[in-house]
Design a binder for this molecule. Structure first.
Ligand code: ADP
Length: 450
C-alpha cells in the first residue's frame, strides 16, 4: 500500500510539474508569436499574406504545435492545419485573451495544452489572438509508463512479501501445529504421547517443558492407578480374613466358646486394621487438598515433642525401649500444630515399632535463625539405602510380613512427608540396614504460602 501510494503521488507530482512547465513554455511562445505578428503588422496589412502564412507554418514546425490566429471577433484567420480558417472559435481561452488575460490550460480530455496570447496594434488595441495547441500525449504516456512500472514493482514486492510471509509462517506455525496435535491426543487420554523436539530455539524449550509436564501427568496418572489398586488390595486382605473367619464360625456347628472368642477377636483386629487404613487415607486426602489450608499458629516445637513422647511412652515401655529427648534450642515456629504432631508422632512411633526390645529412640530439637531441625534416631532394624527413597510412597513397606505383625498401614511416612511439604520443609533419612535409622526434619521458622 505505501509503495502504491508513493508511486501514485510521485507520478501525479511529475505530471503537475510537466503541466506547469509546458503551460508556461507554450504561453511564452504564444506571446512571442503575438509580438512577431504585431511587429510584422500581418493582421492588418493584407499584402503580407505570404509572409504571414510562412511565419505561421514556420513557427508551428518550430514549436511542434498547432497555431491558430484569430481576429478580435474570434474568427480563425490562420490555422497551421488549414482546417478551421474562417470559422468562429470562441473557446474560453480565446475569450480570456481577447479580454486581455493570456492563459495556458491543459485539457485532459483532449490531452492537449491550449495557450492564448492577445495581439495588439500600435495603439494597444486588441486586434486578435494567437492560439497554440500542443499535444500533452507524450507526457501522459510517460506518466502512464512510470505508473505501470511502479505497479509492476509493487506487484513483484507483494509476491515476494507474500512468499516470505507464507514460508515464515510455515516455519513458525508448523511446530505449533505439531504441539497442538499432541495436546489433542493427550486430551483424548493418550498420555504417552510426546513432542519431537529438535534445534535449540524457543520451540525446543516449549516442547521440552511440555514433554516434562506430560511426563509428570503420566506419572501422576500411574501413581493414581497404583494408589487405587493398593487401596483395594489393602482393604481386600482384612476383608478376606473376616470372610474366612466368619465362614468358619458359620460352618462349624458345635464350636467351643473359646474358639468363637478367638475368631471374633481376630475379626475385631481386622476391622481395626481396616479402620486404621481408612483413617490414614482420610488424613492423606485432607493433606492433599491444599486449599483445605493449614491452621498456621505459633507452635512450640519443644512442648509438642514432649507431649508426643509422653503419649507414646507406654508403647515404648511395653517393648522396654528407652525414649530420650534432647532439647538443644527452644523453637517456636509458624505451623499447623495438629499436622506437625501427626508427622512427628509417626516418626517416633515408627522408631519404637522398628526397634527391637531394649533399644533406644532419641528425639532432638535444634535450630538456627531460619529453620528448626527435629531428628528422630533409633537403634532399630534400619532402612537400606535402596529403600530410603521409597518409604515415603503410599502403602510402601520394606518388609510386608513384619508390618502385618506391627499393624502398620504403610501410610504413616506418606502422611509425615505430605505434612512437612505443606510447611515447605524437608525430610531425609540417614540409615543403614541393621544399624538404626535417623529421620531429620527441617521446618522453616516463618511460614510462607509458596
Ligand atoms: P507403616 O505403617 O508400615 O509403619 P510407614 O509409612 O510409617 O508405614 O513406613 C513405611 C515403611 O518404612 C515401613 O513399613 C517400614 O518398613 C519402614 N520404616 C519406617 N520407619 C522405619 C524405622 N524407623 N526403621 C526402620 N524401618 C522403618
Amino acid at each position: 500500500m505505501p509503495i502504491l501510494f508513493f508511486s501514485y503521488t510521485t507520478s501525479d507530482t511529475l505530471k503537475q510539474y510537466f503541466k506547469e512547465t509546458n503551460e508556461k513554455e507554450l504561453l511564452n511562445r504564444a506571446n512571442k508569436i503575438a509580438g512577431n505578428i504585431q511587429k510584422g503588422n500581418y493582421l492588418k496589412d493584407k499584402t503580407k499574406k505570404n509572409s504571414f502564412d510562412n511565419e505561421v507554418a514556420e513557427k508551428s514546425v518550430e514549436n511542434s504545435a498547432r497555431i491558430l490566429i484569430l481576429d478580435n471577433k474570434g474568427f480563425v484567420v490562420k490555422d497551421s492545419n488549414k482546417i478551421e480558417e474562417g470559422k468562429l472559435y470562441a473557446i474560453p481561452e480565446v475569450i480570456s485573451a481577447l479580454n486581455g488575460l493570456d492563459v495556458a490550460n491543459l485539457r485532459d480530455d483532449e490531452e492537449a495544452i491550449y495557450a492564448t496570447a492577445y495581439i495588439e496594434d500600435d495603439d494597444s488595441k486588441k486586434i486578435g489572438v494567437v492560439l497554440l495547441v500542443s499535444s500533452f500525449q507524450q507526457v501522459n504516456a510517460l506518466i502512464d509508463n512510470v505508473r505501470s512500472k511502479w505497479f509492476l514493482v509493487t506487484l513483484g514486492i507483494c509476491i515476494i512479501v507474500a512468499c516470505i510471509v507464507f514460508f515464515t509462517t510455515q516455519v513458525f506455525i508448523g511446530p505449533l501445529k505439531n504441539i497442538l496435535k499432541v495436546i489433542k491426543k493427550i486430551t483424548d487420554g493418550q498420555l504417552h504421547q510426546r513432542i519431537i523436539v529438535e534445534g535449540n530455539d524457543e520451540y525446543f524449550q516449549l516442547g521440552e517443558a511440555f514433554n516434562n509436564m506430560t511426563e509428570q501427568l503420566e506419572s501422576i496418572e500411574t501413581s493414581r492407578q497404583e494408589f487405587v489398586s493398593n487401596v483395594s488390595h489393602e482393604l481386600k486382605t482384612p476383608l478376606s480374613s473376616i470372610k474366612v473367619l466368619s465362614e468358619s464360625i458359620l460352618l462349624q456347628e458345635e464350636m467351643p466358646i473359646e474358639m468363637y472368642r478367638e475368631f471374633l477377636r481376630d475379626i475385631n483386629s481386622e476391622v481395626d486394621r481396616m479402620t486404621n487404613i481408612i483413617n490414614d487415607l482420610l488424613e492423606l486426602v485432607k493433606l492433599d487438598h491444599k486449599e483445605a489450608g493449614l491452621n498456621i499458629k505459633e507452635t512450640d516445637i519443644n512442648k509438642m515433642t514432649e507431649d508426643i513422647i509422653k503419649r507414646l511412652y507406654p508403647l515404648a515401655e511395653r517393648k522396654n525401649i528407652e525414649i530420650l529427648y534432647e532439647n538443644n534450642k527452644n523453637m517456636i515456629i509458624e505451623g499447623d500444630e495438629v499436622k506437625l504432631t501427626l508427622a512427628l508422632s509417626n516418626l517416633v512411633e515408627n522408631g519404637i515399632k522398628y526397634t527391637p526390645e531394649g533399644g533406644t529412640v532419641k528425639v532432638t530439637v535444634d535450630g538456627d535463625h531460619q529453620n528448626c531441625f527435629i531428628s528422630v534416631q533409633d537403634t532399630g532394624i534400619g532402612i537400606s539405602e535402596e529403600e530410603q527413597s521409597k518409604v515415603f510412597k503410599r502403602f510402601y513397606r520394606v518388609d510386608k510380613t513384619r508390618d502385618r505383625e506391627t499393624g502398620g498401614t504403610g501410610l504413616g511416612l506418606a502422611i509425615t512427608h505430605s505434612s512437612i511439604m505443606l510447611h515447605n520443609g524437608s525430610i531425609k533419612i540417614n540409615s543403614k540396614e541393621n544399624e538404626g535409622a535417623t529421620f531429620i526434619v527441617r521446618l522453616p521458622i516463618k511460614y510462607s504460602e509458596c
